[in-house]
Every structure is written in structure tokens, then in C-alpha cells.
Ligand binder design. Structure first.
Ligand SMILES: Cc1ncc(COP(=O)(O)O)c(C=O)c1O
Length: 381
């Protein structure tokens, strides 16, 4: 049956459990499976390779992103790590320059020493990208909207360039979620999620996901998933499946609240600038409108005077917006990227991309909007 997105979050790739008809997939808390004779099993041998609860989740991931294959990992970083393992020494990757700090760290501190070369470039002007492609280029990696500057990259345009040059393109879709944006439909080869964020949605599971269409690519990724073994357990897979069932209603409210807060902040006398792709003067607002259904619940802002101490005071005074790493849960969070999520990027590098000392990032939750606005009002003073 062809399902619409809001049905897929609940039913996509799911079957009632064959044993007793359980409507939610049971938590198959087992490492191994009985065999009647060597090789005589029911499709499951060992839980690093396959587990029924994880399989149900992987089918849900695939369904959400309109892909043929889904893979679950024990973190978003493990998912990205698995993609980079497809490459060989001497290969080159073109990456957007304001990727998540942990992604930058994995690329530069782990994979450069294995002889993989990275080019970190500004992709907001998508016409920039092609000039960096050479015979060694194997992958283009990008995040849109980006973390924490909410830059928007034209996925369709870059996917066309990638196809033309026979290069893979991977999109970190963590901020948008498949409710707002489906990169495979726009021509991407690989979609990645830190499912820790909006997919799980309740700040209680660390997990990663990859979704692809191509059978050979999927085989290669499954090989590395099983070889390196960074897989989530059945309990976490169950929690993720439960979170996904409300993804569409949560994101609708995240978007509504995000818009109200972006508009409030932009009119506040103490605020210099608000970064949110829903503003018509956002440099890539038109692209955001064309590839996203709405503008999400993430935004960042800088106070007038760009004062570090003042920014720290604001995040300390916020009560409903908990000062914490991460994003995408039902509860609102604030973050100070320069000292938190992006601390692993050298100051000079991060400032080039706009991550200045006073930048504050908000993950707007789904609480009552009046309470959230009241909290910001008292914290900004
Ligand atoms: C955009 C983005 N990609 C990847 C990651 C890494 O995911 P995880 O923390 O699940 O390993 C994060 C984590 O904050 C992120 O925000």
C-alpha cells in the first residue's frame, strides 16, 4: 500500500509480530538464535548482524525517507563513520564547511591520517562545488539546514553535479527530518540522521541512521555495519520506533513554535541577528521553501555587541530552555556553540562560518508558546 508520510511514521515497514500478533514489535533481547541444524535458522543468527526489533526499525527508517534500505547504528557518528569507510586512501571528500563539530572532528582527526583528503567549502552558493571535484573525489557530504548557522544548501543542484561527475552525495538530514525534507527524492545517494535528535524526539536514545536506494551501496554499508559492529540494542530500537510514531505531529508543533520565537527575537531590541531559514531575507530562503515543507524548530541568534559574558548570562538565566548539548527533543534546549557543540573546531575556523562567541542556539520544543516567550523575555532582560 502506498502511504502518505503521516501514515508511514506509524505503519511504514511494520508488520504485526508473527508470534502473537503484538502490535508493537517486541524487544527481542537476545544475542543469538536457535538453529535446528547448522544454518537451519529463521533468518536470524547473531544480533550484531540482525535482530528482529532492529530490523523493524530499519524498515521504518527506509520508509520515512522513501528509500529501499535502512540501517541503524549506535550513534549518528557511527553512521557517518560507516559512510567514510566506503572510501580508500587517496580518495577525496568535499564537505560543507559548517558541519556539526563532531563530524569535523571525525573527518580531520580520524580519517585524514588514513590518507583521505577533505575539502571544507561554502556550499550556500552551490555553483562553488564543481570546481573542487577531481578524479579522486568520491563523496560530497553536506548538512542542510546546517548546525548552528541554519544555512541552506541546494540539494537538488549539488546532486545533479554529483551524478554528472559520478560522485556519491550524502546528506545529513538531522535538522530537517524526513517530515520536512527527503534528500533521496532530491537526488541524494545517502541520507544520514543523528536519530538521537528529532527521530527519537524524547532525548532518551543515542542512535544513528543511514538510508539508501542503491542495492550495491546498501550491501557495502551492511558489510561495514556488521564488520565494525556499532549497532543499537533492541531496547533502544524499540524506543526509537515509539518516538517515530509521533514525528509528524511533533515537527508540526516544533515549526509553529520555532516561527513564533524567530519573529519575537528578530523584533527584540537586544538582538543583532536571528538565523532562521523562514525569514524572507535569509540568503537561501527560496531554496528552503522549495526543498522543505516548513522551516523547523532550530534557530540561532547573536546579541548586539557580540559580548561573550552577556551570552553566557542569557543561557544561565533561561529556565524552560535547559542549557544542554543536543537538540530535537520535545523539551526546549539552549546551547552556546562556541564553548559546547563546536568547541572542537578552532576559533579561527568557526568564526569564519559565523559561530562567534555570543552565538546562542535554540532547539525550540513543543511546550506552550506563551511560556517559552515569557522565558526568553526574562532571560534577555
Ligand atoms: C547535525 C548532526 N549530525 C550528526 C550528529 C552526531 O550524532 P550523534 O550525537 O547521534 O552521534 C549530531 C549530533 O549533535 C548533529 O547535530
Amino acid at each position: 500500500m502506498i502511504m502518505k508520510f503521516n501514515t508511514k511514521t506509524i505503519h511504514g515497514g511494520q508488520e504485526h509480530d508473527p508470534a502473537y500478533g503484538a502490535v508493537m514489535p517486541p524487544i527481542y533481547q537476545t544475542t543469538t538464535y536457535a538453529q535446528s541444524t547448522p544454518g537451519g535458522h529463521k533468518g536470524y543468527e547473531y544480533s550484531r548482524t540482525h535482530n528482529p526489533t532492529r530490523n523493524a526499525l530499519e524498515k521504518s527508517f527506509a520508509s520515512l525517507e522513501n528509500g529501499n534500505f535502512g540501517l541503524a547504528f549506535s550513534s549518528g557518528m557511527a553512521a557517518i563513520d560507516t559512510v567514510i569507510k566506503l572510501l580508500n586512501p587517496g580518495d577525496e571528500i568535499i564537505s560543507s564547511n559548517d558541519v556539526y563539530g563532531g563530524t569535523y572532528r571525525l573527518f580531520t582527526k580520524v580519517y585524514e591520517k588514513y590518507g583521505i583528503k577533505f575539502h571544507f567549502i561554502d556550499m550556500e552558493d552551490a555553483t562553488n562545488v564543481e570546481s573542487y571535484i577531481n578524479d579522486n573525489t568520491k563523496l560530497i557530504w553536506l548538512e542542510t539546514p546546517s548546525n548552528p548557522m541554519l544555512n541552506i544548501i541546494d540539494i537538488r543542484y549539488i546532486a545533479d553535479i554529483a551524478k554528472k561527475n559520478n560522485v556519491l552525495i550524502g546528506v545529513d538530514n538531522t535538522f530537517a527530518t524526513p517530515y520536512l525534507q527527503q534528500p533521496l527524492n532530491l537526488g541524494a545517494d545517502i541520507v544520514m540522521h543523528s536519530a538521537t535528535k528529532y527521530l527519537g524526539g524524547h532525548s532518551d536514545v543515542v542512535m544513528g541512521a543511514l538510508i539508501v536506494n542503491d542495492t550495491e551501496l546498501a550491501k557495502n554499508l551492511y558489510f561495514h555495519q556488521n564488520s565494525s559492529g556499532a549497532v543499537p540494542g533492541p531496547q533502544d530500537s524499540f524506543l526509537m520506533l515509539r518516538g517515530i510514531k509521533t514525528l509528524h505531529v511533533r515537527i508540526q508543533r516544533h515549526c509553529e513554535n520555532g516561527k513564533a520565537i524567530a519573529e519575537y527575537l528578530t523584533n527584540h531590541s537586544k538582538i543583532e541577528k536571528v538565523y532562521w531559514p523562514g525569514f524572507s531575507d535569509h540568503p537561501n530562503h527560496e531554496i528552503a521553501k522549495s526543498q522543505m515543507k516548513d522551516f523547523g524548530g532550530m534557530l540561532s541568534f547573536v546579541t548586539k555587541g557580540n559580548n561573550l559574558e552577556e551570552a553566557i548570562k542569557i543561557v544561565e538565566r533561561l529556565k524552560l530552555f535547559t542549557l544542554a548539548e543536543s537538540l530535537g527533543g520535545v523539551e526546549s534546549l539552549s546551547g552556546h556553540p562556541a564553548s559546547m557543540t563546536h568547541a572542537s573546531i578552532p576559533k579561527e575556523e568557526r568564526e569564519k562560518t559565523g559561530v562567534v562567541d555570543s552565538l546562542i542556539r535554540l532547539s525550540v520544543g513543543i511546550e506552550d508558546i506563551d511560556d517559552l516567550l515569557e522565558d526568553l523575555k526574562q532571560a534577555l532582560g
